[in-house]
Design a protein around this ligand. Structure first.
Ligand SMILES: Cc1ncc(COP(=O)(O)O)c(C=O)c1O
Length: 421
């Protein structure tokens, strides 16, 4: 017992710097985080948060208009304006504003008619809502590994994950980076599967000039405070296949045909189907409409910041210290800038180092397949998901928001260089 304790103590080494990490790693020693000697370096410097929601223009004016109109519930004039704006922007015939991205996914799950015994293919490296929407219907999420470049579902591993029970595949466009949609659609067509895009992070990103969220049968967007365009909580479902539109309206309105009643097509509305309450109120929609007016500027600026990070950090990527986000072959919306380091102790130390320099960086998902609910409700498509496991311990997200200044990006980049060199 005593011997073991002292053995463990010997093996757990607190690191002084990145060079020491490299040397000790080769000796296979159990590495803890680095000592951070440069605490308080930026004591008097403006802190840089990880994210900061932007109020862009006429949010208050539009909200005042709602208050004056006394029409506060859902599906009022601002909701209609938001939906019309999205339809035009996305080039689709049907969009349904929801009170969250999660709600859009839940609507899509209901529309897909999956139930107990059915399987839905999702990446493990995603937010819980991607899976819970389908678990609520009784279906089983089947977790597939991700690609090491885009961190999106690995389309080469899809076919193996398909069984006679598979009904739906959910490509999640992580960080607004497009999944390999051609291959996914081909496979889905061959096996008669629905494709529901989780485009929560992908508004104004493109795959081969097509907006993400409009390529599969349905697409789910989020306007949560952490996204590019926001309404606090908020979301939308876009429908690419008209067969789903009528039922979507019913599901969104507590299972009733109230929207047909409002259009004057019937003289009373009744309970028709399963559904829930998914409309946002007018105050939220008014806020969202004001944000939509600036959507192009927001995306343009976020893309600039994304490119600044790329240019700034390419040197460290080339030297092999880090792997940075690259948007190769698609157009990204600048939602997030991530980087991968060599191992978890380096990641944790880099977060601490940036923190000491008044810069907030954060890691991301605990893989769903290893989470308590994921293990209970789902299964993996193969024995292990090595890329997911590795990425989740090595990934770091840098500050990226509309109000971030160029010199702040330079300060972040500089701080990362000082960590490695
Ligand atoms: C990939 C993904 N899916 C779904 C959601 C859920 O969106 P919301 O927070 O609007 O419910 C999020 C939100 O962070 C997300 O990132």
């Amino acid at each position: 017992m005593k011997n073991n304790a002292s053995k463990n103590q010997k093996m757990n080494v607190k690191l002084k710097n990145f060079t020491e990490f490299k040397i000790l790693k080769n000796k296979n020693i159990n590495l803890l985080n680095f000592n951070n000697n440069d605490k308080n370096t930026y004591k008097n410097i403006r802190p840089i948060p990880f994210g900061k929601p932007a109020i862009l223009g006429r949010e208050l004016q539009f909200i005042s208009e709602v208050l004056e109109s006394k029409q506060l519930s859902g599906d009022g004039p601002f909701s209609k304006r938001c939906e019309a704006w999205l339809q035009k922007e996305l080039g689709v015939q049907h969009t349904f504003l929801t009170h969250s991205g999660t709600a859009a996914l839940e609507m899509a799950a209901m529309l897909s008619k999956v139930g107990p015994g059915d399987e839905v293919i999702v990446p493990s490296f995603t937010f819980s809502s991607t899976a819970t929407a389908f678990v609520l219907r009784g279906a089983t999420p089947v977790f597939v590994d991700i690609r090491s470049d885009t961190l999106n579902i690995d389309e080469k591993k899809l076919e193996n994950a398909i069984t006679p029970r598979t009904r739906v595949v959910v490509p999640v466009h992580y960080a607004g980076h497009a999944c390999e949609m051609d291959t996914i659609l081909q496979l889905a067509n061959a096996h008669d599967l629905l494709v529901i895009e989780d485009a929560a992070q992908a508004h104004q990103s493109f795959y081969k000039n097509r907006p993400l969220g409009t390529i599969g049968h349905m697409g789910c967007f989020s306007f949560h405070e952490t996204k590019n365009i926001i309404s606090g909580e908020g979301g939308a479902l876009s429908i690419n296949d008209p067969q789903f539109a009528e039922r979507a309206a019913i599901i969104r309105e507590k299972g009733t045909d109230r929207s047909r009643f409002f259009r004057g097509e019937i003289d009373k509305y009744t309970w028709q189907d399963i559904g829930s309450s998914y409309c946002p109120g007018e105050v939220i929609s008014a806020f969202l409409m004001a944000q939509f007016e600036y959507a192009d500027q927001v995306t343009k600026r976020r893309r600039e910041l994304y490119e600044l990070y790329q240019m700034g950090l390419m040197g460290l990527d080339k030297k092999g210290h880090i792997t940075i986000s690259k948007a190769e072959g698609f157009t990204v919306n600048g939602h997030m800038f991530w980087l991968l380091v060599e191992a978890e102790p380096v990641r944790n130390s880099l977060i601490a180092h940036l923190n000491n320099n008044a810069i907030k960086s954060v890691f991301h998902y605990v893989p769903l397949h290893s989470s308590p609910a994921g293990r209970h409700y789902g299964r993996t498509s193969e024995e292990t998901l090595p890329v997911t496991d590795s990425v989740s311990t090595r990934l770091l997200r840098l500050p990226l928001y509309f109000g971030l200044e160029n010199d702040e990006v330079e300060r972040i980049v500089d701080s990362i260089y000082r960590f490695f060199e």
